[in-house]
Design a protein around this ligand. Structure first.
Ligand code: TXA
Ligand code: MG
Length: 312
């Protein structure tokens, strides 16, 4: 616990100086900086090689702080009560007098807001007098990090500090819901659509087939290990890594299992770790077994599909 406390103090020192650091969350690790500072947030875009047109999620530990920056509505409070802190991000109206840096919002009047569940990050946020802008701590289009070492893999010595909070428990990014007009799911994520549906009934929109891209960051290849991925494969090629959902009776050296017994939560947690491992083991391509589209399976399929868009 003492080392945790001193690491939180260290994190605060770096952040107060306008630096970027790695922070743990229950979804994936974030690359964090003071959301009120133009200088600090511009560093995030540079490090990630992220286009400035792609806005950032801002992380809070309390409602009191959010009220300074956003207009909160009834549906927000309903969802907040049920799901926050946790893997859900709300897109809200930005207040005119908010101090949020224009870099964060791409100069628009909406803000993506999240209340992460990791105890160290909550403690850190409580010690700061600004919220933290934090995209996933990976270079743009690459796999999101789910441990301190993954973040190191992405940025090496380019960032000075990573707050170590162990492995991310959920392993997939947050579900994003816009509450600007009729509630609309913008990105599938760690909270299943069916759970959200239960809270706000039919009063929301989610169109899986919709061609139009609603979240700027979802427009390109994403979550890519940098090698081709084939989906719904029954029989892999000889030199291909093969990702399977459940442990089989027989095994091959190139087989990578996401779960012991087909639990989708476990599969979600292991997905990015497995993709990273396969890349490290120098495979040139990946085949993936068919994965259920129920619950978190929908999010897993979404991420794999985007990752498979790689062509080079
Ligand atoms: O779980 C998560 O959400 C992680 C952890 C670190 O919190 N963060 C994360 O951030 O996934 P990032 O930047 O990798 O993805 C955020 C997505 C992007 O696709 C971005 O375009 C979208 O959120 N976004 C940010 N602000 C938005 C806004 N005001 N309106 C619509 N989409 C927004
Ligand atoms: Mg990301």
């Amino acid at each position: 616990m003492n080392s945790n406390l001193s690491n939180i103090k260290k994190s605060k020192l770096y952040l107060d100086k306008g630096q970027c650091i790695g922070i743990p969350t229950e979804t994936v690790y974030g690359l964090a900086a003071n959301a009120y500072s133009d200088k600090a947030t511009s560093k995030i875009f540079k490090l990630k090689k992220r286009p400035i047109s792609n806005p950032l999620i801002v992380h809070y530990a309390s409602l009191k702080m959010v009220k300074n920056d956003c207009e909160l509505n009834k549906i927000f409070f309903k969802l907040f009560k049920k799901f926050s802190p946790g893997p859900i991000t709300y897109v809200l109206k930005l207040k005119k007098d908010s101090k949020i840096s224009k870099n964060v919002t791409n100069n628009k009047n909406t803000l993506a807001v999240r209340f992460p569940k990791h105890p160290l990050t909550i403690q850190l946020l409580k010690n700061l007098n600004y919220p933290l802008a934090a995209p996933s701590a990976n270079v743009s289009t690459k796999i999101s990090p789910v441990s301190k070492n993954d973040v190191k893999d992405e940025f090496g010595k380019k960032i000075k500090f990573i707050l170590d909070g162990g492995n991310s428990k959920i392993g997939l990014e947050s579900t994003i819901i816009s509450l600007i007009n009729k509630p609309t799911i913008l990105r599938l994520g760690g909270i299943e659509i069916s759970k959200i549906k239960k809270i706000i009934k039919n009063n929301f929109r989610f169109d899986r087939k919709k061609k139009k891209i609603v979240v700027p960051g979802q427009s390109k290849i994403h979550y890519s290990p940098g090698i081709p991925i084939r989906l719904n494969v029954k029989k892999p090629k000889v030199k291909e890594a093969y990702i399977l959902i459940k442990k089989k009776k027989f095994s091959n050296k190139n087989y990578y299992y996401l779960t012991k017994n087909n639990n989708l939560k476990e599969a979600a947690k292991n997905l990015y770790k497995t993709l990273r491992k396969i890349k490290k083991n120098k495979y040139k391509s990946i085949a993936v077994e068919k994965i259920s589209k129920l619950g978190l399976g929908l999010t897993i399929n979404d991420r794999l599909k985007r990752a498979s868009k790689y062509d080079n």
